[in-house]
Design a protein around this ligand. Structure first.
Ligand code: HSE
Length: 317
């Protein structure tokens, strides 16, 4: 039986979800891939009683420099040291799988080039849309299209807040606390509510859809912290609903893009995307319009996307 060994940098919410899936569904995955995938090390700064003690380490080199680790899952969050660790791992011949949209969007070209130069895979399906297989779809079944437009609800926290404000008239601050408690929000929720997280994800989508890298800081970005109950009521009067939309259009060879609260007509498929759900609405010249929908945040949905990337590596061993 072939074996693939995995080290996880940061087994918190998302890394913990991936760990749980790899352990609980080990036999199923082995049956489907012919590979036994085993988590052999977890890098954590603090003791974590939910994991076997012999797997824990607080020394990154025990994963990055261990020739017995084949794949590194990076779920630490933040741009550094996560990016340096991923580059170090790839230079040591390890495949890297990450959910870290901030790090991928900040150093997209360097990370992709490092993978290519070292003959390893760098996969980041979990970085956009949580459990929705959007990046894989763009790169495989949809890759015969010229893409012209993408509209996405890419942040679960803000979609959850806007849904509760719209449906229950809930108070912004209380719903934000609720979203944090449910594990959707970033450690610093400013990235969610000010649209920065969605801009990171849009930057990644643009790179894959249009083959051009646009840094998140170059995407005009507005969040939802100034959206009021009155804005929501006025939109409703126009048969619209307010959603935080990450939007990019390719026209005459030029890309225009933004992240902002937009009034979406209630007849549009994106209007029905509620709570922490995400959706990506893509237009291609051959396929027409496609919407991919699912849970955009949370331990197990995001863990599911990470495990999907690991399975891709296992199948290509
Ligand atoms: N904070 C992010 C969200 C997590 O709310 O969508 C998933 O990337």
């Amino acid at each position: 039986m072939k074996k693939l060994t995995v080290g996880i940098l940061g087994p918190g919410t998302v890394g913990g979800g991936a760990y749980q899936i790899l352990v609980n569904n080990h036999d199923l995955i082995q049956k489907r891939t012919g590979v036994s995938i085993e988590v052999v090390k977890l890098l954590t700064r603090r003791p974590r009683s939910e994991y076997p003690a012999d797997l824990l380490t607080d020394d990154p080199d025990e994963i990055l420099n261990d020739p017995n680790v084949d794949v590194v899952i990076e779920t630490m969050g933040g741009i550094q040291p996560a990016t340096s660790f991923m580059i170090q791992a790839m230079k040591k011949g390890k495949h890297v799988v990450t959910a870290n949209k901030a790090a991928v969007a900040a150093s997209y070209e360097e990370l992709v080039m490092t993978a290519s130069e070292n003959g390893v895979k760098f996969l980041f399906e979990a970085s956009v849309g949580g459990g929705i297989p959007v990046l894989t779809s763009i790169q495989n079944p949809l890759s015969g299209n010229n893409f012209t437009e993408v509209m996405g609800i890419l942040n679960g926290t803000t979609n959850y807040i806007l849904t509760k404000m719209t449906e229950d008239g809930a108070d912004y601050e209380n719903v934000l606390k609720d979203a944090q408690a449910r594990g959707f929000a970033e450690a610093d929720p400013t990235a969610d509510v000010e649209g920065i997280d969605a801009a990171n994800k849009l930057s990644i989508l643009i790179a894959l859809l249009f083959g051009k890298y646009i840094a998140p800081s170059d995407i005009p970005t507005k969040g939802i912290s100034h959206v009021t109950g009155q804005d929501i009521a006025e939109a409703a009067d126009e048969n619209c609903i307010i959603k935080l939309i990450a939007h990019a259009v390719l026209k005459d060879g030029k890309i225009s893009c933004s992240v902002a609260p937009e009034k979406v007509p209630i007849s549009h498929p994106l209007a029905g995307v509620s709570n922490e759900f995400n959706a990506v609405y893509i237009t291609g010249d051959m396929v027409g319009e496609v919407m991919l929908y699912g849970k955009g945040a949370g331990a197990l949905p995001t863990g599911s996307a990470i495990v999907g990337d690991i399975i891709d590596i296992a199948k290509n061993l």
